[in-house]
Design a protein around this ligand. Structure first.
Ligand code: GA4
Length: 331
C-alpha cells in the first residue's frame, strides 16, 4: 500500500497535521448475490477493514432522495432558526470540549422521538414522515446485515444482534452532518492553488460506540479511516451504496473478531459535504457479551460484560478520540 503518501500542512488547531494519506477502496458487498458468498465477504470485510460498502441494499431510492433533500433544506435554514432545535449543534461535539468544522442535528431513531418533530415550529410538515421512512429502511438494512454477520460467524441464534436494534426501546441515533467548505473567502489568490491545503477536521478521529453504523453521504469526499496508527485512508463516496461500519459493541460481541475502526471526516475546500448516519444501538439495559460459540480456549473472552448504559456513560465522560473500549478489556 505504499506510494500515495502526501504530507498535509498544520495551520490551525483543527487543520490536518502532517500525516500519511493513503487512499483505499473499501470492499463492496452486493446483497443480491448468493447468501453464503455474501456472509463470507461481510465477515472478511469486518475482520480486515471494519468498513464496507453495500450495494443492492433494498432501501428505496426515493426514500433516500427525500431524506437527503430534507437534510439539505434543514442546513440551508438561517442559523437562528436551526438553533431553536435542542439537538442542533455547531462546532461543539459532545460535552468535553471537542470541536470540528461541522454543524449537525442529532435525533433519537426511535419512532416516538421522530414523531415529536411534527410539533416543532419551522420544520416542514413532512419532515418526520421522511425521517421515519428513512429510519425504517436503514434499520431493516442494519438488521439484515447483522443476521448475515451472525450466520457468517457460525452463531446458531442468527438474531442475537439484530434483535437488539429491533427492540422498541433500542437506543439508536440518526445524525445529519454538514461540513461547510473551508476555503476562506478572504484567501489570497496564491493560496487558492490546488497545492495549498485548506482541508480541516470536520469530525475528529473516533470509533463509533454502538453496534453498527449505516452512513450515507453526498458525492463529496471527506470520510477517512485509519487501519494503522498515523495513516489515514480516504474513502471515495459512492452514491449507489451505503457505507457500513462496525461499532465498539460489535467488536465486543464478536469477541474481537470484528474491528471497530477509527475514522474521521475532513472538509473539502470548495464543496459542502453532507451525510446522514444511522447508529444502531441496543436498549440501555442490554448486556453486552459475546455468545459462547465465539469464546473458546484458543480465544478466551477479551472483554468484561457490561450494559450499554454503562458503556454510554463512559463514552460521554471521555473525549471523542479516547479508546474507551480498552477500559472493558480483560487483563
Ligand atoms: C460518535 C458517533 C455518533 O456520532 C455519536 C457521537 C457523540 C456525539 O456527537 O454526541 C459522541 C461521539 C459519538 C463519541 C464520544 C462522545 C459522544 C461525541 C463525544 C465526544 C452521536 C455517538 O453516539 O458517539
Amino acid at each position: 500500500m505504499d506510494g500515495f503518501g502526501l504530507d498535509m500542512v498544520v495551520a490551525s488547531p483543527i487543520s490536518i497535521k502532517s500525516e500519511k494519506i493513503l487512499p483505499i477502496d473499501l470492499p463492496v458487498v452486493d446483497l443480491s448475490r448468493e447468501r453464503s458468498m455474501v456472509t463470507k465477504l461481510i465477515v472478511r470485510a469486518c475482520e480486515e477493514y471494519g468498513f464496507f460498502n453495500v450495494i443492492n441494499h433494498g432501501v428505496p431510492c426515493d426514500t433516500i432522495a427525500k431524506m437527503e433533500e430534507a437534510a439539505s433544506d434543514f442546513f440551508t435554514k438561517p442559523v437562528a432558526q436551526k438553533k431553536q432545535l435542542p439537538l442542533y449543534g455547531c462546532k461543539n461535539i459532545g460535552f468535553n470540549g471537542d470541536m470540528g468544522e461541522i454543524e449537525y442535528l442529532l435525533l433519537s431513531a426511535n419512532p416516538p422521538s421522530i414523531t415529536h418533530f411534527n410539533n416543532i415550529s419551522n420544520m416542514p410538515s413532512n419532515f418526520s414522515a421522511t425521517v421515519s421512512a428513512y429510519t425504517d429502511g436503514v434499520r431493516e438494512l442494519a438488521c439484515e446485515i447483522l443476521e448475515l454477520m451472525a450466520e457468517g460467524l457460525g452463531v446458531p441464534d442468527i438474531w442475537f444482534l439484530s434483535r437488539l436494534i429491533r427492540e422498541v426501546d433500542s437506543d439508536s441515533v440518526l445524525r445529519f452532518n454538514h461540513y461547510p467548505p473551508t476555503l476562506n473567502k478572504d484567501c489570497k489568490d496564491k493560496d487558492k492553488s490546488p497545492s495549498h491545503n485548506h482541508t480541516k477536521v470536520g469530525f475528529g478521529e473516533h470509533s463509533d460506540p454502538q453496534i453498527l453504523t449505516i452512513l450515507r453521504s453526498n458525492d463529496v469526499d471527506g470520510l477517512q479511516i485509519s487501519l494503522q496508527d498515523g495513516v489515514w485512508n480516504p474513502v471515495a463516496p459512492d452514491p449507489s451504496a451505503f457505507c457500513v461500519n462496525v461499532g465498539d459493541l460489535l467488536q465486543v460481541m464478536t469477541n474481537g473478531r470484528f474491528v471497530s475502526v477509527r475514522h474521521r471526516a475532513v472538509t473539502n475546500s470548495h464543496k459542502s459535504r453532507m451525510s446522514v448516519a444511522y447508529f444502531g444501538g441496543p436498549p440501555l439495559d442490554a448486556c453486552i457479551v459475546a455468545p459462547s460459540v465465539l469464546v473458546t480456549p484458543q480465544r478466551p473472552s477479551l472483554f468484561k460484560p457490561f450494559t450499554w448504559a454503562e458503556y454510554k456513560k463512559v463514552t460521554y465522560s471521555m473525549r471523542l478520540g479516547e479508546r474507551r473500549i480498552d477500559l472493558f478489556r480483560n487483563c
